[in-house]
Design a protein around this ligand. Structure first.
Ligand code: HEC
Ligand code: HEC
Length: 349
């Protein structure tokens, strides 16, 4: 069961004050003037429209400011770590370390997830405790293992920088403040859409030669073995919270942190599988190092945790099925996304 060092409430208390602060921030005018430069969000075939919150419509200026902030270590206590240090563009905005390290090389306790298609998530973090991308910014800012700083400190720094004052005025018609920082980072992250992998070209765009026969067979196996119970839809996740029997005794109790309910111990948000070939290590704690280890886990049916999903059952692979599933998963790697110059800051992170 959940280890005694975890308590559900402090986590919420930690961020709830700041969340309220952000929620109470309103634009100065009732309606912000939308600049000429609306950012053209390209929705790939097969994807739904992305929900964009009123008041933070995407413009070039907002997205550009968000990108500048995303890659700027100015947000961290000792100016050494940026969002991009843990969410790295060429790794699909994930990280190749088991757990990411923040300021002063402090190790966190979770593996950094990919931010591909993050604008579609209905809630954030692996227990789903944060409702919007704007509010999520408060987490790394305050987290001891990430930036370990505060909004007042960050705003003070930004106000000494003419380039930020100008960019902020252009984007939101006001000087840098919590409203601007959280909105701009939200705007930039909504542009991180991955929908042009070989599998997309095959499945949604009708290019029958975009993937191998093996990958197509792998998709069939993926469906037959019940993976699509959870990894369904255009983003290969239904965003539900599931216990897949990774442990009998979860050191990190997952959604229990939020709800305190025993039924939520070991339940984590189902991750997207887009670009999964390059987002190792896997799972909330980075404990599985390769796709083979993940397939071994699902084949075993996992540990008999009382909350384990009934959909996770032992699997017997027929010859070639494992290789086929891997070929399918690899066809989800979207090279255009990984190398998109619009997603990379000038300093080449
Ligand atoms: C020190 C490494 C680190 C830094 C710096 C960092 N993150 Fe993260 N990020 C993580 C980890 C680890 C998680 C998973 C945390 C969890 O689930 O509790 C995460 C989760 C997220 C999520 C939620 C993803 C999901 O699937 O729900 C978003 C969005 C995000 N980060 C954006 C940002 C932004 C924006 C910044 C900069 C303001 C940032 N991160 C800075 C490591 C980092
Ligand atoms: C009951 C729902 C469910 C089913 C069925 C399921 N998964 Fe998952 N899958 C999850 C959850 C939840 C996680 C993340 C667990 C964690 O973070 O500890 C996950 C993680 C993964 C990961 C690692 C992704 C990452 O970025 O860490 C891969 C790969 C994966 N699943 C593939 C599969 C395959 C292949 C199948 C079918 C054999 C399958 N899953 C069946 C819920 C499911």
């Amino acid at each position: 069961m959940a280890s005694r060092s975890w308590r559900p409430i402090p986590f919420l208390l930690l961020i709830s004050g700041v969340l309220m602060l952000i929620a109470s921030c309103r634009p100065d005018q009732d309606e912000l003037e939308v600049s000429e430069g609306m950012y053209p969000l390209t929705i790939p075939p097969g994807f739904p429209d992305m929900p964009i919150p009123a008041g933070n419509e995407l413009t070039y200026e907002r997205v550009a400011l968000g990108r500048k902030l995303f890659f700027d270590p100015i947000l961290s206590a000792d100016s050494t770590v940026s969002c991009g240090s843990c969410h790295r563009p060429h790794l699909a905005f994930a990280d190749d370390r088991v757990v990411s390290t923040g300021v002063a090389d402090r190790p966190g306790f979770r593996n950094a997830p990919s931010l591909a298609n993050i604008g579609y998530h209905p809630y954030f973090l692996r227990e789903g405790g944060v409702p919007t991308l704007e509010q999520q910014v408060a987490v790394p800012v305050q987290e001891y293992h990430e930036f370990d700083t505060s909004f007042p400190e960050i705003i003070e720094r930004l106000l000494t920088r003419p380039d930020y004052i100008e960019a902020s005025q252009q984007a939101y018609g006001r000087d840098p403040d919590v409203f601007v920082v959280t909105r701009a980072l939200g705007a930039f992250q909504r542009t991180l859409i991955s929908g042009s992998s070989p599998w997309d070209r095959f499945y949604y765009q009708g290019d029958l030669l975009a993937v191998s026969q093996k990958a197509i067979q792998g998709w069939q196996v993926f469906c037959e073995k019940g993976c699509t119970h959870c990894h369904s839809g255009f983003d290969f996740t239904d965003y539900s919270f599931q216990n897949i029997g990774l442990y009998l005794d979860y050191p990190d109790p997952g959604r229990w942190r939020l709800t305190g309910l025993d039924a939520d111990i070991g339940r984590f948000k189902v991750p997207s599988l887009r670009n999964v070939d390059i987002t190792a290590p896997y799972m909330h704690d980075g404990s599985l190092t390769s796709l083979d280890e993940v397939l071994d886990h699902f084949a075993s049916g996992g540990q008999a945790h009382p909350n384990r999903s009934p959909q996770v059952v032992p699997i017997t692979w027929m010859p070639g099925e494992r290789e086929a599933i891997k070929a399918f998963l690899r066809s989800l790697t979207d090279d255009a996304f990984l190398t998109n110059p619009d997603f990379i800051d000038g300093n080449g992170l």
